[in-house]
Design a protein around this ligand. Structure first.
Ligand code: BTN
Length: 317
């Protein structure tokens, strides 16, 4: 891909590609076929050479990095055609000393993880599967705000590309369109009692899926299903990383940013205020939402009084 991108306007012979990457011509043919299966439009055959027909919608560092220039995410973008989980890769790299701002993106995940024991449906080249590594000087109890910030970043990236889409944030880590999930966020951290050592924010966005398996069909949607058009994953991922960079820097630099995050999250969520909810994994607690507290935890008015929800899944009634 790298080679074809750099020779974008000319036919490159199979022999040249083979020599430059140190493989045989038949292996070049096999790779070209694999890229075609991924949806990359490549003209040509072994006898004529190969040429890219259009810039592919692959989340390659060469394509993504120029879009996020000047952000903390431009320098270390790791791309995988297939991986177990980008969050696992990012957590391992973090433990081995990878730089803050490292990005791990995949075309496909074979073991994409959601919150709890859930799996994240991660079919090839349809969604964005992206994890970023951060090393904020925060106490573990202050980290929730980063999940909220990530939801806001997804919200503004989608709106930047199509302001007509009505995006709704669901506390703490879901993004919905018309009540169905279009994005989930999984924040994982390695921390001492008073200090975060590193943190990985994993973002899964359903972009161009045309349908979902029966068990997800009633709860999941994609941007394509919601709008009727295909989206550029590259453009959306670029907008997302830029927005996340802005929000993250602001949070670290401006003492008032946290309050603004909480306010904006509440404005963009139809369910954090005045909504009847049940909290799964918390003895089935039920009540009406009453906004977020100063750290970003959800408050729920129950028959026994005001409760602060620290964990668990919010089920909207
Ligand atoms: C959830 O809604 O439960 C969170 C889903 C998070 C999915 C993303 S996809 C990229 C990253 N890698 C993973 O294995 N999970 C996150």
């Amino acid at each position: 891909m790298r080679l074809l991108t750099s020779y974008a306007t000319v036919m490159v012979s199979g022999t040249k590609i083979a020599a430059e990457i140190g493989i045989s011509r038949s292996e070049v043919w096999r790779l070209v076929q694999q890229l075609r299966e991924l949806g990359v439009e490549i003209a040509g055959r072994p006898a004529t050479g190969y040429q890219l027909r259009a810039m592919p919608d692959l989340l390659l560092p060469e394509i993504l990095a120029p879009l996020v220039q000047g952000t903390i995410f431009s320098k270390h973008i790791h791309h995988y055609y297939k991986i177990g989980s980008t969050n696992t890769a990012a957590m391992e790299a973090a433990g081995a000393g990878a730089a803050e701002g490292s990005v791990f993106v995949a075309e496909e995940q074979t073991a994409g993880r959601g919150r709890g024991a859930n799996l994240w449906h991660s079919v090839r080249s349809a969604g964005i599967y992206c994890s970023v590594l951060l090393r904020p000087a925060l106490a573990p109890s202050d980290v929730l705000v980063l999940t909220l910030v990530s939801g806001l970043a997804v919200h503004s990236a989608v709106q930047e590309i199509d302001p007509r889409v009505k995006v709704d944030l669901k506390w703490p880590n879901d993004v919905l369109i018309a009540g169905k999930k279009v994005c989930g966020i999984l924040t994982e951290m390695h921390a001492e009692v008073t200090r975060v050592k590193h943190l990985v924010v994993g973002i899964g966005i359903n972009v161009n899926q045309a349908s979902f398996p029966p068990e997800l069909a009633s709860i999941a949607t994609s941007l394509r299903m919601a709008t009727g058009t295909e989206w550029s994953r590259v453009e959306l991922c670029g907008a997302l990383l830029k927005s996340l960079d802005r929000e993250y820097r602001n949070l670290l630099e401006d003492p008032e940013a946290r309050e603004s995050v909480l306010q904006r999250f509440q404005q963009r969520s139809s369910s954090v205020q005045g909504r009847q909810v049940r909290i799964e994994d918390d003895a089935g607690l039920e009540g009406v939402t009453e906004g977020l507290d100063a750290r970003g935890f959800l408050q729920v008015r129950t028959a026994q009084g005001l409760r602060t929800i620290l964990s668990g899944t919010v089920v909207l009634r």
